[in-house]
Design a binder for this molecule. Sequence first.
Ligand code: TXA
Ligand code: MG
Length: 353
Amino acid sequence: MVTEIRTINDESLDLANSLLLKGEVVAFPTETVYGLGAWAMSEEGIAKIYKAKGRPSDNPLIVHVCPGFDLSRIVRKIPESAQKLMDAFWPGPMTLIMPKNKAISDHVTGGLDTVAVRMPVDKSAMALLTRTGLPIVAPSANTSGRPSPTTADHVYEDLKGKIPLILDGGACQYGLESTIVDLTVDPPMVLRPGAITMEMLRKVLPDIVEDPTAAAGKSIPANVKPKAPGMKYRHYAPKGHLIVTDQPAAQIKEWMEADMKERPGENFGLIVSTEMADELKELGLIPNDKITVLILGSRSDKAAIAANLFDRLREADEFRLTWFYGEAFERTGMGEAIMNRFLKASAERRLLN
Ligand code: TXA
Ligand code: MG
């Protein structure tokens, strides 16, 4: 199959619409990451999503809707707490888990009695959803296990030849997947941290809690089942051995120098802030032609770090890094979501905090 990449205009949106109605899949941008969409009522389209991504079919999908969409078509009952969050944060990077109704098939929800719903704010996503008027199920448009795609090129890398169309809307604004909140439990629970932070959510629902299995930095005991089925899989993983650490530059230098002696066959690297790179330069570790340095952005600009993270993890693979250190960030604001993804991508953690 030839995979076309098209900019978003009337013609490409019409093409997307007809593909979706035929039970095909279409990749499209959102403010978080690119999604791989199918019409939520097309069993054929849903099956194609799982196949193209190589995704386990017990991992449920998020239904995307446009403003004005009648939620009673897919949701059995809108909890009061859900309405409050919708009023505050929709359209935007937040997904709500609510009781599903019969129109939503088990293949969307992986057999669960609940459905995940999101109304994206990105203008391209909005254009597609409004144009088609369809509820569109979409997981992130990556091959299962790889970092989520934040550009049309990332989608192409993973899914070329497997899907007919990628709508190109440029780089995603946030670069990390939506915050997921479960409103079918009391108190409401955050299953995946994102750009709508705990601080923001608490202002609307003061008693909201975080799923301990989703919290950054905490390892999941084998007997605990994560609430969002997707969170149990190893994610975003680059091929090499990534060590995420909150230790200072001098410690990283010491480890790296020892590694370079003991592991001469490895391809070394760093995924760090501009500030950390400057400190390592002052200490004399870099520049070094044996160490590839991938910069995330300034520590003081968490939004930039979040937006660049998945691209740098993909670059680590392109540079064939086999042994590399990643800098941990403070878990305030967007830092919670950054650390959640970074730690999931890591093979090893060396954290004191
Ligand atoms: O930002 C996003 O949410 C992106 C864009 C494309 O909208 N989508 C996305 O989808 O990240 P995906 O499939 O990669 O992640 C969805 C997560 C999975 O961890 C899944 O297990 C969880 O949502 N999920 C979906 N339905 C659920 C449900 N009914 N109950 C609990 N978790 C659910
Ligand atoms: Mg995903």
